[in-house]
Ligand binder design. Structure first.
Ligand code: CO8
Length: 263
């Protein structure tokens, strides 16, 4: 993918997987305004590309996935500039969260503040032994604003979300795995490769079913069980009436790999 992207790079892997790399390693991949704009642009392109079946969000360098908002850039900002930046940041976090394809975060090192929020905006978090999560916003006079309070609440429950958000403490990978923030924990240096493998495995499944299942998982958050089951039913119908379902069952019966029509 070409175009003026700053602070990130985008790579296409095999046929169906796209990787977005947070790429300001000298600043621990801290999120500045230009980078946030680029993330929104890249996600808009990826989201509209029906040939992309899974997305990996990874980071350059060895020390950090992302150390949050670029506090040096913010240091020089007026209140008005900060409010303008907020809209750009909201668009970036929203763009990752709303990607229609499954998203896998590959986390190594620090994932703090906005970094933790980017990881939580993905469907699945893979983290290596060096990963450290945290929402330290209250320690710098802020509230998590990239979805952190609400994503922590939904992913971890009210008690743990309050613990993390109100203390701003760091969560080592052991605890992150135990509390269910991290779905897969891998040896140091293996997060990206594992995330790409996972994305490839997902991309091998029916694209219609995978997107519909993601919609059900996402839209079922925070609604009543009855409403959530209606959402699941709609997802089921989408998949059940698709060419992918016909092909999936024909391939099973014919003992061959499916060739998904993707519709
Ligand atoms: N912003 C800018 N630069 C940073 C940041 C950052 N957040 N974090 C690290 N850096 C820079 C350092 O200044 C340093 O640069 P230089 O060499 O030029 O001085 C370089 O990266 C390396 O950092 P350190 O020397 O500090 O490395 P350490 O290993 O000693 O420490 C830490 C690493 C623990 C990650 C430490 O750098 C740190 O605490 N950073 C700040 C973390 C933080 O508080 N993040 C939360 C910020 S608030 C936020 O993310 C809100 C997001 C809201 C988005 C939603 C909007 C809608």
């Amino acid at each position: 993918m070409t175009g003026a992207l700053e602070g990130i790079t985008v790579h296409r892997h095999d046929e169906f997987v796209t990787e977005v790399v947070l790429d300001r390693p000298d600043a621990l991949n801290a999120l500045n305004t230009a980078m946030a704009r680029s993330i929104a642009v890249a996600c808009a392109r990826i989201g509209a590309d029906r040939t992309v079946r899974a997305v990996v969000l990874s980071a350059a360098g060895t020390k950090a996935f992302c150390a949050g908002a670029d506090l040096k850039e913010r240091n020089a900002m007026t209140d008005a500039a900060l409010l303008r930046q907020r809209e750009v940041f909201r668009a970036a976090f929203g763009a990752v969260l709303r990607l229609p394809q499954p998203t896998v975060a590959a986390v190594h090192g620090y994932a703090l503040g906005g970094g933790c929020e980017f990881a939580m905006s993905c469907d699945i978090i893979v983290a290596d032994e060096t990963a450290v999560f945290g929402l330290p916003e209250v320690t710098v006079g802020l509230v998590p604003g990239g979805g952190g309070t609400q994503l922590a609440l939904r992913r971890l429950g009210a008690g743990l979300a309050a613990d993390l958000v109100l203390t701003g403490r760091r969560v080592p990978v052991d605890e992150a795995e135990r509390i269910g923030l991290v779905a897969r924990r891998v040896p140091a240096g293996r997060a990206r490769a594992t995330a790409l493998e996972l994305a490839s495995a997902i991309a091998g499944n029916s694209p219609v079913a995978v997107r519909a299942a993601k919609r059900a998982l996402r839209n079922g958050w925070g609604v009543t069980l009855d409403s959530a089951l209606d959402i699941e039913d709609a997802a089921w119908r989408t998949a059940a009436l698709s060419g992918d379902r016909r092909e999936g069952i024909a391939a099973f019966a014919g003992k061959r790999a499916p060739r998904w029509p993707g519709q």
